[in-house]
Write a protein that binds this ligand. Structure first.
Ligand code: DQA
Length: 137
């Protein structure tokens, strides 16, 4: 299968910011582990801090499934929500942390309703579990 992993705002700081929440591995290290978990599949990785660039990446995605950690955009970006609704490739929402155990503003996702499902709370394995679920379906 062909997977596109999209990471949104501040995810480039993974490994440097809030290590107690997001761990000490960098995003590149995590992406390397994800790719080695799926040796028979094609994994593309994209990160941006810009909402519009993420929308454009969604519009132009050519793959079987998208694994999206939109970061804080999750909680307020109607633009990303509309971009997901505009495409036919299925999108799974992921979060490394268990957002439901954290501040109340993180309990609300404006993208969940247009995603195939949500996986949160398993650290880097949230990405792997999401991609595995595409393989099961
Ligand atoms: C996050 C959770 C978001 O609330 C937060 O803004 C992030 C990362 C996660 O992976 O747990 O940047 O999406």
């Amino acid at each position: 299968m062909k997977f596109l992993f999209i990471n949104g705002v501040n995810l480039n700081m993974t490994g440097k910011r809030e290590k107690g929440v997001y761990g000490s591995q960098t995003l590149d290290e995590i992406n390397g582990e994800i790719a080695s978990h799926f040796p028979e599949d094609i994994c593309e990785f994209y990160q941006s801090n810009n909402e519009g660039d993420i929308c454009t990446k969604l519009h132009t995605a050519d793959c079987d499934g998208i694994i999206l950690n939109a970061g804080a955009f999750t909680h307020y970006s109607y633009a990303i929500r509309d971009a997901i609704a505009a495409i036919s490739v299925p999108v799974i929402e992921v979060h490394m942390s268990n957002v439901f155990k954290r501040e109340e503003f993180r309990h609300k996702s404006v993208i969940s309703e247009v995603c195939a499902g949500t996986i949160a709370g398993f650290g880097k394995n949230s990405y792997i579990l999401a991609a595995e679920s595409f393989k099961l379906s």
